[in-house]
Design a protein around this ligand. Structure first.
Ligand code: PMP
Length: 364
């Protein structure tokens, strides 16, 4: 199916075909169970083994230290925008520190403000979120209860290529749009969260990796569903979990381990894909204009503009007609965004850069 092959959507995004074929089969019957994945009880032994294998795969792929809990929650990354300050900010004498690097970190800090005092350590808003801060622009406080940032701003196409913060202040990171796309030094964080619908599965499940110390110090009176401890104690079966979404994430982690060969290899492939795209922009003599400053370019979301909104509309219409899907930029920024998540192949990117070369020649 060429349309699925050429899915550049910002999310939910492309998933690998070998996984989709297994998912297709599981709708009728999961081979080892004989029942449809849509009708298997979350209380079954089989599902407990799915959760255990998935947890093990994530631990192994990321090299996660023992004191991390691996949780599969609902409510998307958006619910984490609230659960994090409820857990780590309530009753604290000092403000939490947030970086405002784009659309999604703006959403995260607005939710945190409902919970307590926050300090915006740096904001790219006035300059249109075209770059990320350098270390010399970040005056971290040793008193902050935590530092929150987003490793990859999905909308603007900005990605940190280093770990931020101080070792004596808990780091909390939204990795929704680059989770399991590369190694990430997980041991340097206190809490990492990522919804599934970019690199690792369909919407409906959010992975939270959280250190035991964070749970131990959480307020005692949180609602059960919003307390990480409930989910940790119940091994992610505190209530009915999204069995289907969790199963697909398991298949993706098997694919990463067995077909790709781990996160370093995945990162190489992702660097090749992004390299092709950025080379196309840079070699276009200003026909395609990259949105992000070079050093902060995202390997996952390549954002760019053409000379006028009219030319962009022509580009998008021609791309659509040629079978490319999901290329229009986020509603807040416009322009073009090509998302290159794990499931998108190098060959799909080669086809897109070929199309872009062609389009430029015909328009020029
Ligand atoms: N954080 C990031 C980095 C995102 O890209 C998104 C959505 N695309 C969100 C948070 C919000 O996620 P959700 O829709 O799962 O709540």
């Amino acid at each position: 199916n060429p349309l699925n092959h050429l899915n550049f959507s910002g999310g939910p995004g492309a998933l690998p075909e070998s996984v989709l074929l297994q998912v297709q089969q599981s709708i009728i019957a999961v081979p080892e169970v004989g029942l449809s994945i849509l009708g298997i009880s979350h209380r079954s032994d089989w599902f407990a083994s799915v959760v255990a294998e998935l947890e093990g795969n994530i631990r192994e792929l990321m090299g996660l230290p023992e004191d991390f809990h691996v949780l599969f929650l609902q409510g998307g990354a958006t619910q984490q925008f609230s659960m994090i300050p409820m857990t780590l900010l309530r009753g604290k004498p000092h403000p939490a520190e947030y970086l405002h690097t784009g659309y999604w970190s703006g959403k995260a800090l607005a939710e945190a403000r409902r919970e307590g005092a926050i300090r915006v350590l740096w904001s790219g808003e006035a300059s249109g979120f075209r770059r990320l801060p350098g270390d010399e622009e970040l005056a971290y406080s040793p008193d902050a209860p935590y530092l929150h940032y987003i490793s990859n701003e999905t909308v603007e196409g900005l990605q940190f290529h280093r770990v931020l913060g101080r070792d004596d202040v808990p780091r909390v990171c939204d990795m929704s749009s680059d989770f399991l796309s590369q190694p990430c030094e997980a041991e340097r964080y206190s809490l990492i969260y990522a919804h599934a619908q970019k690199n690792i599965g369909p919407a409906g499940v959010t992975v939270v990796l959280v250190r035991d110390g964070v749970l131990k110090n959480a307020p005692a009176d949180l609602p059960g569903f919003l307390d990480y401890r409930s989910h940790a104690q119940a091994h992610s079966i505190f209530n009915t979990p999204p069995v289907f979404a969790i199963y697909v994430v398991l298949l993706i982690t098997r694919w990463l381990r067995n077909e790709i060969g781990g996160l370093s290899r995945m990162a190489e492939i992702n660097r090749s894909k992004a390299g092709l795209m950025y080379r196309r922009l840079d070699d276009s003599h200003g026909f395609y204009r990259g949105r992000a400053e070079t050093q902060d370019r995202s390997l996952m979301n390549v954002t760019f503009n053409l000379a006028t909104p009219e030319l962009e509309q022509r580009f998008l219409a021609a791309a659509q007609a040629a079978g490319f899907s999901g290329l229009s930029g986020h509603r807040s920024t416009g322009g073009i965004r090509a998302s290159l998540y794990n499931g998108l192949t190098l060959s799909a990117v080669e086809q897109l850069t070929g199309f872009m070369e062609d389009f430029q020649r015909k328009a020029g």
